[in-house]
Design a protein around this ligand. Structure first.
Ligand SMILES: C[S@@+](CC[C@H](N)C(=O)[O-])C[C@H]1O[C@@H](n2cnc3c(N)ncnc32)[C@H](O)[C@@H]1O
Length: 967
C-alpha cells in the first residue's frame, strides 16, 4: 500500500498533512529534516544506524516516523535480531512515552506500523494507543480512522467497549468521506474482527455505492468483508460486479480469488462476472500463479454457484496435476467437492486427488473426511466411487464413532449407502460402522435434526435395513419426539422439511409390504405435523384409503369415527365413506369415544414447509371447494383456474396437454409411467383417456404432500368417484428407487408410454435406467416436458443422436404463462444395437446442464412467471443456438387460437429449416377460465410413427381431427 505521507507532502510544512502529535508552536526545521532523513532509509540496518545516532534528539513526531518506516524497509524480516539493539530499545521506550501526546494521524500511523511489524508484540502499548484514540476520536479524519480500525483489530476484539466507541464515530466519518479505499478498509477491519453488524454494513454499502474511484484490490477486499460477515446487499454487489467486469484486467490473483469467493459465499450468482473472471484467469495465464488455496477457493466458488465453466475446470485440472504436492487437506476436499458438485466428468482429477489423499486421510479433520467422501460418491464418472478412499475412511472412522457429531453421522451413513448402491456391494466393514452409529443414535447420544433423520432413514432402507429405519423412527422421531426441524444458519431460499422425506421412505416400503398398520401410523403422524385443517384432513383421508386398500373395513370405520369426532372431514372423506355404504358421515357414524392422541396433536403454528407449499395447499382447498364429486373435468378445471388466475403451477396444461393428448391418441398406451405427479393433474388427465381401452397410469412422486393432495382430492375422491380409481396408481418415492418397484409390480416391457416431468437434467439418467431394466415395451413412446426451460440438454442430445429414437422437438408455451417459451420432446423408441448405450460425449452440454439446474432452483424458489425476461430468454437462446450448431432444431410447434371463449391448441409441423413463430399474442389466460382449453387431436404425423413396423402398433390412424374433452 503506498503511503499517503510522501516526502513531498511532508516538505509542504503547514500545508502538509495534519499533525502527528500535539506541540506548542511550530516544529523546528531540524525535526522536519530528521523526518525526511528517516523516510529516506531503505534498509533496516541503515534505519537503525540513523535512529541510534539521532534518537536523543527525537520528538514524538520523529519517533512515529521512525516506527512507521520499519515495516516498509524490513521486507518481512523479523525484528528478533534487533532485540538487543540499544536504538530499538530506546525507540520502544519513546513510543510508550509519546502516546499520550499523539494526534489522530500519529495514532493511526503507529497502530498501522505496529500491526505490520513482524516478531513484535506489545499489548500494553497497543492498548494505550487505542485508549488515546477513543478520547481523540472526534478529531479523527476518515483515513486515519480507517487505518486505525484496519490494523488494530486483534486488540479491538478483546476490547469491545473500545470497538463500539470507535466504530460509531469512525464509520460515520468514513462513510461521509466518500473514499472507497477507506470504506473498503473499514469493512474489512470490522469483518475481520467479527464485529460486522448489519446497520453499520448498511451504511458502508450506501457510502460505497456513491463512490466512483474503485481500485480492484479494494473491491475484492470490500466483497470479502461483506461475504465474511454474511452481509449481502444486492445494489452494492451489482455495482461492484459491473465495476469489476470493467476493470477485470487489473485484478491480481488474490483479488480474483477473493472476489469470486465472496460472490459465491453470498450466493450472488452474477453469471457475467463469473464468466469474465474465468476467461481472464485462463487467458492471462494468471492461474499458473495461483496458490493451491486460491485455486481451490476459485473452484469451490464456481461449484457453489453452480457454474460449470468447462475451460476453467479443465485448466484447473491441469493445475491440480501440476501442483498436487502442495495441496493441503482442505484444498483437496474443496477441489473434490467442486468437481463433484458441477458433475463434470473428471476421472483424471479424482485420480490425482486420490493419490494425494490416500495414506494421509488420518490427518484429515472429520468434516474434511466426510467432505471428501461425499465428493467421491457424487462425482462423475460413477467409477470414482470405487476409490480405495472409502476403505481407508471406514477404518479411520470405526474407532472415532464417539467423536462424530450428528451432521457427520448422517453424512457418513448416507455416503456408505450411496457408495453401496453405486458399487452394488457394501464397503468392507461398513456394516460394523453403521451398527455402532445406530447404537449411538438409539441411545440418543446423537440427536439428528429432521434433515439428518431423512438421510439416515433413507440410507438404512437403501442398505436393506428397513427394520432399523423403523426402530429409529418409532423410538426417536415419532410422537413429537423429533427435534425441531431447521438448523441455525439455514439460508436456503425454500424450506425443506426432512420429516416429509423420511415419511416418504417409510411409506414407500410399508406400501410395498402391504403393512396397513404402519401406513396408518405414518399418515397420522403426518397429519399431526400440519397446522392446516385441510392438510390434516387430507392425511387422515389417506389413512382411510390405506385401510380400504388393505381390506380393513373396521379400521377404516374407526378412523372415520375419529374424523367425525374431530370434524376433520371433507368431500373426499364423504366419498370414501360412500364406498363403505355410508351416505351421511355425521348422521350415520358415532363420533369416537376416545380421541386418538396422535390426531389430537397439532403444532401451534404453520411450519416453514407448510408455508412453502402454499400453492399446493391452495389447489387442495380450491378443488375441495369448487369441484364436484364424480366429475373429473371439474377437478381439472379447478386446478387450471388456480394456475391461470392465482399462481403459476408447474402443470402440463394448455398447449402441453395438447401434445400429450395427441400422443395418447396415436399410441393408445396400456401402461403409462409418469415421472412427477405433483398435484395429479396430468396423471388423472391421462387416466381419463386411457381408461377407455383399459389402460393405466402409474405416477411416481417423491414428495408425500403432493401425493396426499393427489390421492385425497383427485385420485381417491374425484377419480375414484368417477370410477377411475383402478386407472391411476401412485408409486411413492424418488424415481431412483421407485422405478425398480414399478418393474417388480408390472414386469419387463410393460410400459408403452413414458411422461417425464421431473428434473430435466435427470431425464437421460432415468431413461437409461428404463432401458437398462427393460421396462419399456418395443415401440414405446417417451414424452418429456420442460426441455428448454429449465432445460434437459443431455436428454435432447441422447434422443436426437441415438438411432433407436425417432424424435420430434415441439416448441410451445408454458401453461399459465404464455410469454415463457418451452420445448417438449416426443420420441418413439425401437430396440436395436444402440439401445441402452451412451451417446457420444459432448462436453459443452455440461455447462448447459448446470445452467438448467440453476434455473430450476430459481423457478422453485420463485415461480416460472417471475423468470420471464432477459435471463431466461438469454438462456433459451443459448440453448437453442447450441443445439442448432449441433444440428438439432424444433420440428413442430403448438398454435393456440381463442375460439368462442375457448383456447384451442393444435400441433403444426414446421417446414425444413423453418423456425417456430415468435409468440406475440395475448396471453390466453386473460380470456379463459379453467376447463376452457381444448386440444385438437389428430392432423399431424410424428417422426416416430414412421418407425413403427408397418404402422402396426398404431391401432387408429391419425386422420380424424377431434377436439379432446376437458381442459
Ligand atoms: C413439474 S411437476 C409434475 C407436474 C405434473 N406432471 C403435472 O403436469 O400435473 C414435477 C414433480 O416431480 C417431482 N419429482 C421431481 N423429481 C422426481 C423424481 N426423480 N422422482 C419422483 N418425483 C420427482 C416433484 O416433487 C414435483 O412434484
Amino acid at each position: 500500500m503506498t503511503s499517503f505521507y510522501s516526502a513531498k507532502i511532508w516538505q509542504e510544512g503547514k500545508r502538509g498533512p495534519p499533525p502527528i502529535f500535539a506541540s506548542i508552536g511550530v516544529r523546528h526545521p531540524f525535526q522536519i529534516q530528521l523526518d525526511i532523513a528517516l523516510r529516506e532509509q531503505e534498509t533496516l540496518p541503515s534505519l537503525f544506524d540513523l535512529i541510534g545516532q539521532e534518537i536523543e534528539h527525537f520528538d514524538a513526531g520523529n519517533t512515529v516516523i521512525a516506527v512507521a518506516q520499519i515495516p516498509k524497509v524490513s521486507q518481512d524480516q523479523s525484528l528478533e535480531v534487533f532485540r538487543e539493539n540499544r536504538a530499538w530499545q530506546e525507540l520502544q521506550r519513546r513510543m510508550h512515552s509519546s502516546v499520550a501526546r499523539l494526534e489522530p494521524r500519529g495514532l493511526s500511523m503507529l497502530a498501522y506500523a505496529l500491526a505490520r511489524m513482524k516478531g513484535f508484540e506489545d499489548p500494553v502499548l497497543l492498548t494505550a494507543v487505542l485508549d488515546r484514540s477513543v478520547t481523540k476520536m472526534p478529531d479523527f479524519g476518515p483515513t486515519d480512522a480507517a487505518k486505525l480500525l484496519c490494523k488494530s483489530r486483534l486488540q479491538i476484539r478483546e476490547r469491545s467497549d473500545l470497538w463500539v466507541a470507535l466504530s460509531k464515530e469512525a464509520a460515520r466519518k468514513i462513510c461521509d468521506s466518500g473514499r472507497f479505499i477507506d470504506i473498503s478498509m473499514t469493512a474489512w477491519a470490522f469483518a475481520k474482527a467479527g464485529q460486522a453488524e448489519r446497520i453499520l454494513f448498511g451504511q458502508l454499502a450506501s457510502a460505497a455505492l456513491q463512490c466512483n474511484d474503485l481500485p480492484p484490490h479494494t473491491i475484492a477486499n470490500l466483497c470479502w468483508a461483506f461475504a465474511k460477515s454474511k452481509n449481502s446487499n444486492k445494489d452494492l454487489f451489482d455495482m461492484l460486479a459491473k465495476r469489476s467486469i470493467e476493470a477485470h484486467r487489473s485484478f491480481d490473483r488474490q483479488s480474483v480469488s477473493n472476489l469470486v469467493w465472496a460472490f459465491a459465499t453470498l450466493d450472488v450468482c452474477h453469471e457475467e462476472l463469473f464468466a469474465v473472471f474465468a476467461n481472464y484467469t485462463i487467458d492471462s495465464g494468471l492461474w499458473r500463479q495461483f496458490s493451491p488455496q486460491m485455486a481451490s477457493n476459485m473452484l469451490w466458488a464456481y461449484g457453489k454457484v453452480g457454474i460449470a465453466h468447462m475451460r476453467l475446470f479443465d485448466t484447473f485440472a491441469e493445475y491440480v496435476a501440476l501442483n498436487i504436492e502442495s495441496f493441503d487437506n482442505q484444498n483437496l476436499a474443496n477441489s473434490a467437492w467442486a468437481y463433484a458438485t458441477t458433475q463434470l466428468p473428471s476421472q483424471q482429477v479424482f485420480d490425482v486427488l486420490t493419490k494425494r489423499a490416500c495414506g494421509r486421510l488420518s490427518t484429515f479433520r472429520l468434516d474434511e473426511l466426510c467432505g471428501i467422501m461425499w465428493a467421491y460418491v457424487r462425482a462423475k464418472p460413477e467409477s470414482v466411487a470405487f476409490s480405495h478412499i472409502f476403505e481407508e475412511s471406514v477404518q479411520l472412522l470405526l474407532p472415532r464413532v464417539q467423536s462424530l457429531d450428528s451432521q457427520s453421522v448422517a453424512n457418513v451413513i448416507w455416503i456408505l449407502a450411496t457408495c453401496q448402491q453405486l458399487r452394488q456391494q457394501a464397503v468392507p466393514q461398513a456394516r460394523e460402522l453403521v451398527d455402532s452409529l445406530m447404537v449411538a443414535l438409539l441411545d440418543l447420544r446423537i440427536r439428528l435434526d429432521s434433515e439428518g433423520a431423512a438421510q439416515v432413514v433413507w440410507s438404512l432402507w437403501r442398505m436393506g435395513r428397513f427394520h432399523d429405519a423403523w426402530i429409529l423412527f418409532v423410538r426417536t422421531l415419532s410422537d413429537g419426539r423429533h427435534p425441531e426441524h431447521g438448523k441455525t444458519g439455514y439460508t436456503k431460499k425454500h424450506a425443506v422439511d426432512g420429516r416429509q422425506r423420511y415419511y416418504q421412505t417409510l411409506l414407500m416400503e410399508t406400501e410395498k409390504r402391504g403393512d396397513v398398520q404402519k401406513q396408518v401410523f405414518l399418515w397420522k403422524q403426518m397429519a399431526a405435523d400440519f397446522f392446516s385443517r385441510n392438510l390434516r384432513t387430507a392425511c387422515l383421508n389417506c389413512a382411510v384409503m390405506a385401510y380400504l386398500n388393505g381390506g380393513d373395513q373396521d379400521g377404516a370405520r374407526e378412523m372415520l369415527r375419529q374424523m367425525v369426532r374431530t370434524k376433520l372431514f371433507n368431500q373426499v372423506t364423504g366419498s370414501l365413506a360412500a364406498r363403505m355404504g355410508i351416505r351421511n358421515l355425521e348422521a350415520e357414524l358415532e363420533p369416537a369415544e376416545i380421541l386418538d392422541i396422535t390426531i389430537r396433536r397439532r403444532p401451534n403454528c404453520q411450519s416453514r414447509y407448510e408455508d412453502f407449499h402454499y400453492k399446493e395447499a391452495s389447489v387442495l382447498e380450491t378443488v375441495v371447494r369448487e369441484a364436484r364429486a364424480g366429475d373429473v373435468t371439474s377437478v381439472h378445471a379447478a386446478i387450471e383456474n388456480v394456475g391461470l388466475k392465482e399462481v403459476w403451477l408447474k402443470i402440463a396444461g394448455g398447449e402441453k396437454a395438447c401434445v400429450i393428448d395427441n400422443v395418447i391418441a396415436k399410441q393408445r398406451p396400456k401402461l403409462i409411467l409418469e415421472f412427477g405427479t405433483y398435484v395429479g393433474y396430468t396423471s388423472t388427465r391421462m387416466a381419463l383417456q386411457v381408461d377407455a381401452w383399459g389402460g393405466k397410469v402409474v405416477t411416481m412422486e417423491m414428495d408425500p404432500v403432493n401425493v396426499t393432495s393427489l390421492k385425497e382430492v383427485e385420485a381417491r375422491n374425484h377419480i375414484e368417484m368417477a370410477g377411475l380409481s383402478h386407472a391411476v396408481m401412485v408409486q411413492l418415492g424418488h424415481s431412483d428407487d421407485a422405478v425398480q418397484m414399478v418393474l417388480e409390480k408390472f414386469g419387463a416391457h410393460s410400459v408403452d408410454m413414458v411422461f417425464m416431468d421431473q428434473r430435466g437434467t435427470a431425464f437421460h439418467d432415468d431413461l437409461k435406467t428404463l432401458e437398462r431394466l427393460n421396462l419399456m415395451a418395443e415401440n414405446a413412446v417417451v414424452i418429456a416436458d420442460n426441455v428448454l426451460k429449465p432445460g434437459a440438454p443431455y436428454h435432447v442430445w441422447r434422443i436426437s443422436t441415438l438411432p433407436h429414437y425417432a424424435t420430434d422437438i415441439i416448441d410451445l408455451r408454458e401453461f399459465g404463462s404464455a410469454p415463457v417459451e418451452d420445448w417438449m420432446t416426443v420420441s418413439w423408441v425401437r430396440f436395436g444395437p444402440s439401445y441402452g448405450q451412451l451417446p457420444q460425449e459432448v462436453r459443452q452440454l455440461n455447462e448447459l446442464a448446470r445452467e438448467s439446474d440453476r434455473f430450476r432452483l430459481k423457478a422453485m424458489a420463485t415461480s416460472m412467471k417471475d423468470l420471464v425476461g432477459d435471463p431466461l430468454d438469454d438462456f433459451a437462446k443459448k440453448f437453442t443456438d447450441e443445439f442448432i450448431q449441433l444440428g438439432i432444431r424444433t420440428s413442430m410447434y403448438v398454435r393456440t387460437d381463442i375460439i368462442d371463449g375457448c383456447a384451442v391448441s393444435r400441433l403444426v409441423r414446421l417446414g425444413a429449416g423453418e423456425s417456430p413463430p415468435v409468440w406475440a399474442g395475448e396471453d390466453p389466460r386473460d380470456e379463459i377460465q379453467g376447463g376452457q382449453w381444448r386440444g385438437v387431436v389428430g392432423g399431424v404425423q410424428f417422426a416416430g410413427e414412421a418407425l413403427a413396423p408397418g404402422g402396426g402398433y398404431m391401432r387408429e390412424p391419425p386422420s380424424r381431427m377431434t377436439i379432446a374433452p376437458g381442459g
